[in-house]
Ligand binder design. Structure first.
Ligand code: URA
Length: 199
């Protein structure tokens, strides 16, 4: 973690940070991964979304949230007028994960892996400098807030990395439990309201 902190702090740009992560060999997850999955979307976006770790599709393509959960995420974002591909910072989002490498057979990341890569995530947020953060799922909350319990945390604004952050359910959870979509819908409306300065 000490080396990760030093290396991450030295990265002065997102491109430098991406290279620093690609060159970081101390996380065992890297050995089993095909690609380093850094981020997607517009780095000028006002909103930064933080997920967990790449799945199979993300590992193959080297981009976050391109599989089924990602497609659902894109549809939900579109419903509140957001689009990761948008050049307009007010409509765009920027998307990253706690871990840049796929855990074997998609197992949950271990606390030690989260802790090891946290300095990179913290620097990532600093360099993107978003107005608002959305923490998707327990791993994002564990990393950014130091606590799990997403069903209790979701829907209430808190602070992460020194800025307003909204925990919500991970889109993969919604694939397993579609009835939870109404909860995330409420969270998205809360995000929309913040973006419009209504809350
Ligand atoms: N789930 C995540 O948390 N991140 C991805 O990039 C894809 C699925």
């Amino acid at each position: 973690v000490t080396l990760a902190r030093q290396v991450a702090a030295k990265a002065a740009t997102l491109e430098a940070l991406r290279e620093a992560i690609e060159d970081y060999d101390l996380c065992p997850l890297k050995q089993g991964a095909r690609n380093t999955v850094f981020a997607d979307g517009n780095p000028k976006a006002r909103v930064m979304l933080i997920g967990e770790a790449p799945g199979r599709d993300e590992d193959l393509q080297g981009k976050p949230f391109v599989g089924r959960a990602g497609q659902l995420l894109d549809r939900m974002l579109a419903a509140i007028g957001l689009d990761r591909g948008s050049p307009d910072p007010a409509r765009a989002v920027y998307i990253a994960n706690v871990l840049p490498w796929r855990p074997p057979v998609n197992r949950d990341p271990e606390p030690a892996e989260i802790a090891q890569m946290l300095p990179f995530l913290a620097r990532h947020v600093e360099l993107v400098d978003p107005d608002l953060i959305v923490l998707m799922g327990n791993t994002a909350c564990a990393a950014a807030l130091g606590t799990r319990g997403i069903t209790r945390l979701r829907g209430s604004w808190t602070e992460a990395f020194g800025r307003p952050a909204l925990p919500t359910l991970h889109p993969a959870n919604l694939l397993r439990a579609p009835a939870n979509k109404r909860l995330v819908w409420a969270d998205l409306l809360s995000l929309r309201a913040r973006l419009e300065g209504r809350a």
